[in-house]
Design a protein around this ligand. Structure first.
Ligand code: CA
Length: 251
């Protein structure tokens, strides 16, 4: 059984006016309810779900134009209805999602623990555990992650594309894409303003700078190169869309 010990309230999580968000996926009602109480006491904003498929739906809708719940931390049970915790973990990492994951499971064997960490979980807690222990692990994971520079400017994700601004890295359908600095800056700009239409002149100004003396055709060339690296079918682009008579937009 889980201990009912509830830790002291810690207001520091909302000090900056923004609560850290935790997605909790656990199908045992009693444990889930207790975790929600303990985490909310600690000042976290918690979304709790009891089914692996629901969790994936929430996580996969983290598109730029979606106001959905983007967690700072995921607490994941392993044995879940429909989609199990290991598969969720594996899929998120495959897609380049680096949100910290704490696995909680009744499966306490060494193999399960190793497997959990191998598919990309950051920490593993075996049931039964105390609420104090769980909250301490959450706090440590969030702190560790906060010091990774990206948290100031989190990963930008749109469908199959993940862009890591601080690491100058792009992952497309789970595979690292090799972009030139200009291509990277272009994509970063597009992803920062999804669906916004940019003229060639505006793109030149933003990416090449106002002193650029070349032709605006340069933009078209770079868009073509980007499409070759991002699109499944560059002749039928789904990401970098030509807006006839105006320029380009993303998504
Ligand atoms: Ca379970």
């Amino acid at each position: 059984m889980i201990s009912l010990e509830v830790p002291q309230t810690n207001k520091s999580n909302s000090e900056l006016g923004q609560k850290k968000r935790i997605l909790l996926v656990e199908d045992e009602d009693l444990i889930r309810d207790m975790l929600v109480v303990a985490l909310e006491e600690e000042g976290y904003q918690v979304l709790s779900l009891n089914n692996g498929r629901y969790a994936l739906n929430v996580l996969q809708s983290k598109e730029l134009d979606n106001e959905g719940f983007t967690p700072n931390l995921i607490i994941l049970d392993l044995m879940l209805p429909e989609v199990n915790g290991l598969d969720i973990c594996r899929l998120l990492r495959y897609q380049g999602d680096i949100t910290p994951i704490l696995v909680i499971s009744a499966k306490g064997s060494e193999t399960d623990r190793v497997l959990g960490l191998e598919v990309g979980a950051d920490d593993y807690l075996t049931k039964p555990f105390s609420m104090r222990e769980l909250v301490a692990r959450c706090r440590a994971l969030l702190r560790r992650h906060q010091y990774n520079s990206w948290s100031q400017s989190p990963v930008q994700k749109y469908r199959d594309i993940c862009l890591f601004p601080q690491e100058c890295r792009v992952v497309v359908r789970g595979v690292e894409a090799n972009l030139s600095p200009k291509e990277f800056r272009l994509l970063e700009l597009f992803m920062s303003y999804p669906r916004r239409v940019w003229s060639r002149e505006q793109l030149i100004e933003q990416v090449w700078g106002p002193d650029f003396l070349g032709d605006t055709k340069t933009v078209d060339v770079h868009i073509r190169w980007l499409r070759e690296k991002l699109e499944s079918d560059p002749s039928q682009p789904e990401y970098l869309i030509t807006v006839r008579g105006f320029g380009y937009r993303f998504g």
